[in-house]
Design a binder for this molecule. Structure first.
Ligand SMILES: Nc1ncnc2c1ncn2[C@@H]1O[C@H](COP(=O)(O)OP(=O)(O)OP(=O)(O)O)[C@@H](O)[C@H]1O
Ligand SMILES: [Mg+2]
Length: 291
């Protein structure tokens, strides 16, 4: 399976999956994503009866029976038997108390960690057991990771931190991409600031800009609004929703149930188990949430 991941030079160009805009939110154009989640998907056959629902596109990310145990005296089981499908264009919120396994789940989907059991496939290709260089490439070219603890480089300015993301993902014009993304998170006037000279919320926005400047199709955001006031948090939430416009999947870990109201789906964790995975009927408009 590892060979299957390694073989192609770069996944085929995507057929973008436009979706309904979030009402009331301006839409800025974003770059098309480059992984085609539908490369190996079923072809719609003519003659399907009109009353039968259209087949769902194949999942972009699939987890089957995924578990993560940490060795040691305590023998923590951080995640158990997680089965989940995430589709291109979906905005998914992961809820759960502290220690319930949210970051563990995100780290596994982003190949920052390997499962102790189960299988993870992305665009039909298996990550489980893939060699490190394949996982490294997947992280570089497919994942936009927003860390709970920001992980900014202290010796790089805001602009250089964000440019790093664009460089790693090999985007054309990385400096311009970085500048533009910092403007979009409201930090156009903080480009030359080092992290120590930025507030917690500003550092969080630099971390978000760095992740999104990669242009990668799988956005994994760990508490992306935790440090932000309501107004700024709402702007970031809108920016994250924008990412789904071109077929990106966005997974947001949060404790904020108002954010969950704006999602397509909500996954809930308790003690390492997925206890709920539901579509959000009556998705809330961004202008109707507050916290
Ligand atoms: N490297 C590790 N070694 C041992 N145990 C770990 C490790 N990482 C996480 N854990 C444990 O796994 C469990 C799940 O941790 P995780 O970080 O996924 O929780 P979380 O839901 O993200 O919590 P929070 O909301 O506080 O960020 C916790 O009990 C934690 O102590
Ligand atoms: Mg966490």
């Amino acid at each position: 399976m590892a060979a299957a991941m390694a073989a192609p030079a770069r996944p085929a160009a995507v057929t973008a999956q436009p979706r309904t805009p979030v009402p009331g939110q301006p839409r800025a154009p974003s770059a098309p994503c480059e992984v085609s989640p539908h490369a190996s998907g079923p072809v719609a056959l003519p003659g399907r009866p009109a009353n039968r629902p259209a087949p769902q596109p194949p999942p972009l990310i699939s987890l089957r029976g995924v578990g993560r145990r940490y060795a040691g005296a305590a023998g923590v089981v951080a995640l158990r038997d997680a089965t989940l499908d995430l589709r291109a264009g979906e905005f998914v919120v992961v809820l759960g108390p502290s220690g319930s396994g949210k970051t563990t789940l995100l780290n596994l989907m982003g190949a920052l960690d390997r499962p102790s059991e189960g299988q993870i496939t992305v665009a039909g290709r298996e990550l489980t057991g893939a060699p490190s260089r394949v996982l490294s490439r997947y992280r570089r070219e497919s994942v936009s990771f927003i860390f709970q603890t920001f992980n900014l480089f202290p010796g790089l300015t805001a602009l250089e931190n964000v440019q790093f993301g664009a460089d790693v993902a090999r985007r054309a014009h990385p400096r311009e991409a970085a500048r533009e993304m910092l403007q979009r998170v409201g930090l156009g006037d903080r480009l030359e600031h080092f992290p120590h000279a930025l507030s917690g919320g500003e550092q969080q926005r630099v971390a978000i800009a760095r992740a999104l400047a990669t242009g990668n199709p799988i956005v994994l955001a760990d508490e992306p609004t935790g440090e932000l006031d309501f107004r700024t948090g709402l702007q970031i939430l809108a920016l994250l929703h924008d990412q789904t416009e071109t077929g990106r999947v966005v997974v947001v870990v949060t404790h904020n149930r108002e954010i969950a109201r704006t999602a397509d789906r909500v996954v809930e964790l308790r003690s390492g188990r997925i206890v709920a995975d539901r579509a959000v009927v009556d998705r809330a408009d961004l202008e109707d949430v507050s916290w």
